[in-house]
Write a protein that binds this ligand. Structure first.
Ligand SMILES: Cc1cc2nc3c(=O)[nH]c(=O)nc-3n(C[C@H](O)[C@H](O)[C@H](O)COP(=O)(O)OP(=O)(O)OC[C@H]3O[C@@H](n4cnc5c(N)ncnc54)[C@H](O)[C@@H]3O)c2cc1C
Length: 418
């Protein structure tokens, strides 16, 4: 008979690894499994809002983040011709206690993974091990969790006191709790993403957004402190292009690592220039030196509840959201922070701790997911394009003061309150 695992976290992504760090710090035994054969630094840029940076700093990762990430100083919006619409400071420049960081998602995952292996031991994270299902045998007090050794295609069962599903958009744990949900929901936007080294843009620590989501929108920000120290910028770019939802049918299985084609995205940004940034040249350079990724913009409807008994959900498994408000990773980290605190405070009342976590996070996380779906900022950006399709000299001639204020308010909703 195998010993009971106190907490089994399914998924060694951003949320799952942060959960392991938090629970370990709270004195709770934890193991993590992930289906992939090895955790490689895949993905492109990701943003951490100041509250999430605060949580990771509490977990002792402040120095690693500062050495790796760019502390984003502000956000600037332009129309597709490069005319300035609006901007605001971010992170420390906005008066927050912690910076807002932009970094490579793979670098963040490896910082978390190194910390977990260092503190919990090498065997705490078991890759090549997929969650399959769980059962609750009556009277045993433990869940029977079925895992699959992916390489050997062999299933085995472990006894578990608490099961945390941090297994992302296609969460198998979520599917056990809420079967028959169907595929993720696509809004018709396809995103091409890439990373390439370039000249610093607009002061070097700026998140640049141009266009709007009715047609084409571009997001560019630097993600490497190391490149910055060499006077360069490792630029992450995302081109969001809207198609009629029936254009290519449903997006098919959503894969963060799918290769996209330069020739598909380039025509949508032909002639775009934002300040000194020659957008087609940036995209072409990525196509020639690295990989372009393509990903549909998807989410799921909010769930009525996240957990039952000794099982709960966290991060994208609980509340997948459009990656538009810098919130996906940050909300997963806030979940992990809250779960560790609630479980620690509840002591022997583990089920009470799980329900307290859900009561704390269900409302705020779903509110952010729904605000990201509504994208209030884009309503104003679309109005700019409709009223001044050929550009403008003064934004005050195009937008009212109320509409300009709506941009800041829209972002506040998309980031959540803290
Ligand atoms: C490969 C990858 C690349 C990404 N790239 C980006 C990016 O460039 N920019 C960005 O903003 N966001 C990216 N994301 C999404 C982003 O990480 C999340 O939106 C956010 O950080 C919330 O994280 P999460 O831990 O909830 O989920 P995720 O980070 O998605 O992690 C989920 C983990 O669960 C594992 N898993 C899935 N099913 C099972 C199973 N049955 N059994 C065991 N393990 C399982 C997956 O392998 C994965 O490691 C990426 C996600 C992945 C998985």
């Amino acid at each position: 008979m195998r010993p009971v695992i106190d907490v089994l976290v399914v998924g060694a992504g951003i949320g799952g690894l942060t959960t392991a760090l938090g629970l370990h710090a709270a004195g709770v035994g934890v193991r993590v499994v992930d289906a992939v054969d090895a955790l490689r630094p895949v993905g492109v840029g990701i943003n951490l809002l100041p509250h999430a940076v605060g949580a990771l700093t509490e977990f002792g990762l402040g120095a690693e983040l500062a050495a790796t990430a760019v502390p984003t100083a502000g956000i600037l919006h332009f129309d597709r011709h490069g005319n300035h619409i609006w901007g605001e400071p971010l992170g420390l420049a906005r008066g927050h206690h912690w910076p807002q960081y932009s970094l490579h998602r793979g670098a963040l995952q490896l910082i978390l993974l190194d910390a977990v292996r260092d503190r919990l031991g090498e065997s705490a994270v078991q890759t090549g091990t997929a969650f399959v299902r769980y059962a609750e045998p009556e009277g045993s007090g433990a869940l029977r969790v079925t895992l699959r050794d992916v390489a050997r295609a062999r299933e085995f069962t472990v006894p578990v006191r608490t099961l945390v599903g941090a297994d992302g958009l296609y969460s198998a744990v979520r599917n056990c709790l809420h079967p028959g949900e169907g595929p993720p929901l696509w809004n018709g936007v396809r995103m091409w993403r890439g990373v390439t080294e370039w000249e610093p843009v607009l002061g070097g620590r700026t998140m640049v957004i141009a266009g709007n989501n009715a047609t084409t929108k571009l997001v560019v920000y630097p993600i490497s402190r190391e490149a910055e120290t060499r006077g360069r910028a490792l630029l992450n770019w995302v081109a969001e292009v809207r198609f009629p939802v029936h254009h290519h049918g449903a997006p098919g299985p959503v894969d963060w690592n799918r290769t996209g084609r330069l020739s598909d995205v380039l025509p949508h940004l032909s002639g775009w220039r934002i300040g000194d940034l020659d957008v087609p040249a940036l995209l072409a350079a990525t196509g020639s030196t690295g990989r372009i990724l393509e990903y549909p913009m998807v989410d799921r409807d909010p769930l009525p509840w996240w957990g039952r008994g000794g099982v709960t959900l966290l991060g994208d498994a609980a509340h997948p959201m459009y990656p538009v408000g810098s919130s996906g990773g940050s909300q997963a980290i806030l979940d992990a922070w809250a779960l560790a605190r609630c479980v620690a405070l509840a002591g022997a009342d583990r089920l009470g701790g799980l329900r307290a976590y859900e009561a704390e996070r269900w409302g705020p996380a779903n509110a952010v997911a729904l605000a990201n779906r509504a994208m209030p900022v884009d309503e104003v950006l679309r109005a700019v394009a409709e009223r001044a399709p050929e550009g403008f000299a003064r934004v005050e001639d195009v937008l009212t003061g109320e509409e300009l204020a709506m941009l800041g308010e829209g972002y506040r909703r998309m980031r959540g309150s803290w």
